[in-house]
Design a protein around this ligand. Structure first.
Ligand code: ZN
Ligand code: ZN
Length: 356
């Protein structure tokens, strides 16, 4: 079944005869469009892609299966004409992406019932096809290689920002077009902040350093985390690293088709609690990933998401002792027919750099 056919099946279930696609990631997914300005309107029998003169040629090449329309006076009037000519009665819009003021513009312009929808395309994006899997595999290969490279770069005296820049630049050298998110380099006490974006702090002997980073490769992202020590790690650090690592491995071993996000999250949470650090694991265990770093669906205590072959998500438990230290370990996994394939191929044992 094509992606558009899947969208149309959801539209029929929701009893709408048109869907306005507004999210750039959903446009990329459905229309293969990589430009920044374009909008799609999908009907039960047709698909339209409206853009301006800057992107017409690009859209004609990329948006296979869509009628590409170049607007002269704004895309909303172009949509109004499509809605009128197709006699669309119930047109869905993406409630999570369309702003209130944009909706008011739709209401003024369109003579149809406007129906808020949620996650129609995002749910289809959950299960990746072979091409998407290969692309994410390659993105993970790049971030694995960048991690090995950066181990030689991290030493007392360099700043977190210098480490982040080196990491980002190295990934671009391997074919990445950008980073998935601002690279997190959190050293010393800053490692107790789960999302400490790289700062001007100088890395010192005895620090531990959490590196959480990923790259964009052909439109898809990777995301990995390792926590390492810069010489002389204290014993408690080794202990919490071991707790997090064992929790990470237990989830990875248990994951597979039929398992729910709730069940997998509980495995990490129960294990960390059994080792006495339960109150310091303060975030969900993982998130789905693809065109965006954080996609619909996660591994958390509230999500009944059922794993299916082709889903890709992170497993990233962590322990954060406020004002002291934190450890997180994150890999991406692909759900297979009988378990998961770990897409990050590096081992996760404790690493000490800069030892004399
Ligand atoms: Zn991450
Ligand atoms: Zn993540």
């Amino acid at each position: 079944m094509t992606r558009l056919e899947k969208v149309r099946n959801s539209m029929k279930e929701q009893e709408i005869d048109g869907l306005i696609v507004y999210s750039p990631y959903n446009l990329r997914y459905l229309a293969n469009f990589t430009g920044t300005t374009g909008f799609a309107l999908i009907t039960l029998t047709d698909a339209y892609f409206v853009t301006d003169a800057r992107y017409t040629q690009q859209a004609q090449q990329q948006a296979k299966g869509f009628h590409v329309i170049e607007h002269k006076t704004g895309w909303v009037p172009a949509f109004e004409k499509i809605i009128r000519e197709n006699d669309l009665k119930f047109v869905g819009f993406e409630a999570d992406h369309v702003s209130v003021s944009q909706l008011e513009i739709f209401e003024d312009a369109f003579d149809t019932a406007l129906i808020p929808t949620q996650n129609i395309v995002e749910k289809i994006r959950e299960v990746k096809d072979e091409g998407e899997i290969q692309t994410i595999r390659e993105a993970c290969r790049i971030s694995d290689a960048a991690f090995l490279h950066i181990l030689d770069f991290i030493k007392p005296g360099v700043t977190e920002i210098q480490v982040a820049n080196e990491l980002d630049f190295y990934m671009r050298g391997l074919g990445a077009t950008g980073v998935s998110f601002d690279t997190i380099i959190a050293s010393g006490v800053r490692s107790s902040m789960p999302h400490g974006v790289a700062s001007a702090k100088v890395i010192e002997t005895g620090d531990l350093v959490t590196l959480d980073f990923g790259c964009y490769y052909n439109g898809y992202v990777s995301d990995m985390t390792r926590t390492i020590a810069v010489a002389e790690p204290i014993d408690q650090l080794k202990e919490i690293h071991d707790v997090v690592l064992q929790a990470q491995l237990k989830v990875s071993e248990a994951a597979g088709p039929g398992k729910t996000g709730v069940e997998l999250d509980k495995i990490a949470r129960d294990y960390i609690a059994s080792r006495g650090y339960g109150e310091y694991f303060t975030h969900r265990t993982g998130h789905q990933i693809g065109l965006e770093d954080h996609e619909y669906g996660d591994v958390s205590s509230t999500n009944e998401m059922v794993c299916e072959p082709g889903m890709i998500f992170s497993i990233e438990p962590g322990i954060y002792l406020p004002g002291r230290m934190g450890v997180r370990i994150e890999d991406l996994v692909l759900v297979t027919e009988d378990g998961v394939e770990v897409l990050n191929k590096l081992n996760k044992e404790f690493v000490v750099v800069g030892e004399k």
